[in-house]
Design a binder for this molecule. Structure first.
Ligand SMILES: C[S@@+](CC[C@H](N)C(=O)[O-])C[C@H]1O[C@@H](n2cnc3c(N)ncnc32)[C@H](O)[C@@H]1O
Length: 256
């Protein structure tokens, strides 16, 4: 594994993110993005369930059968998915990477350091400020890196996961190539994406989804599962308003 370039509050930084890049990155905005991801992924009690459970259920049949796999989530935000896997595989080595320091700080404080997280969702109608905490997980680490420059050695990861990430990348193909590089032979990658690209160029390159299918094959992946039309509902407020995401859910394996 590469050495970090720097640390910020003990979070390893594998990418030299400039102050300008910090300012430009919407996912560094604490009051909007980090709070939203916190509510979505850490505060099941306000929704009465975990709204993204469907993604975890989709992955379930494809999880490693060994006790001590290396598992990497890219774009982990506040860390719910990788933390869930780290708890299920206490002997695994689990990393959550993200390009947002603020997301990683929240993830590390919540899942590793056992800090209390305060969530003010009163603007969304909830009457009280929530106090959230979780028992510390000792086989889980978080670091700042870009999906297109992963700090891991070739063939080092037994499982790679990402959700709601692919359509947020400037160059999805480059990132998928990098993911292929770090995966061990025959290891799987599981991802779910609403393909809600933000740039016309990306729509041209990756819509309809068959184009992503072709890219995955070109890169050397074997497609094990391909599900279009998975609806994931992202709740917004006490009233039950929600955004409905029309997702593609995929499992691929790196060919030997
Ligand atoms: C829409 S959020 C999804 C978060 C979470 N995986 C989920 O399913 O809700 C996208 C996440 O990807 C991260 N991200 C964006 N660009 C990235 C990149 N180039 N490399 C790694 N993470 C990135 C963002 O910081 C953010 O936390």
């Amino acid at each position: 594994m590469k050495s970090p370039i720097n640390f910020r509050k003990a979070i390893p930084l594998f990418h030299n993110k400039t102050e300008a890049q910090f300012k430009q990155d919407p996912y560094e905005r604490f009051d909007t993005m980090v709070m939203r991801q916190t509510a979505l992924h850490l505060a099941d009690e306000i929704w009465g369930h975990y709204p993204i459970q469907k993604v975890l259920d989709f992955a379930q049949a494809h999880l490693p059968t060994t006790a001590d796999p290396t598992i990497l989530e890219i774009g982990c935000s506040t860390g719910r998915w990788i933390a869930t896997l780290a708890k299920s595989y206490p002997k695994a080595t689990c990393w959550g990477l993200d390009y947002s320091y603020q997301m990683l700080k929240r993830a590390k404080e919540h899942w590793v350091l056992n800090h209390t997280t305060y969530l003010d969702f009163t603007p969304q109608g909830y009457p009280e400020i929530l106090e959230l905490s979780a028992p510390p997980i000792d086989n889980l680490q978080f670091g700042l890196a870009k999906a297109s420059e992963l700090p891991f050695a070739d063939h080092s990861q037994d499982l790679l996961i990402h959700s709601f990430l692919l359509d947020r990348l400037d160059d999805p193909k480059k990132a998928l190539q990098e993911m292929y590089r770090v995966l061990a032979p025959s290891a799987k990658m599981i991802f779910v994406t609403p393909l809600n690209f933000q740039k016309s160029k990306l729509w041209e390159l990756y819509h309809p989804p068959i184009k992503i299918h072709q890219v995955l094959l070109e890169l050397g992946f074997e497609i094990l599962e391909w599900t279009e039309g998975m609806e994931v509902r992202e709740p917004l407020d006490l009233r039950g308003n929600a955004v409905s995401w029309n997702c593609l859910a995929v499992v691929v394996r790196k060919k030997v």
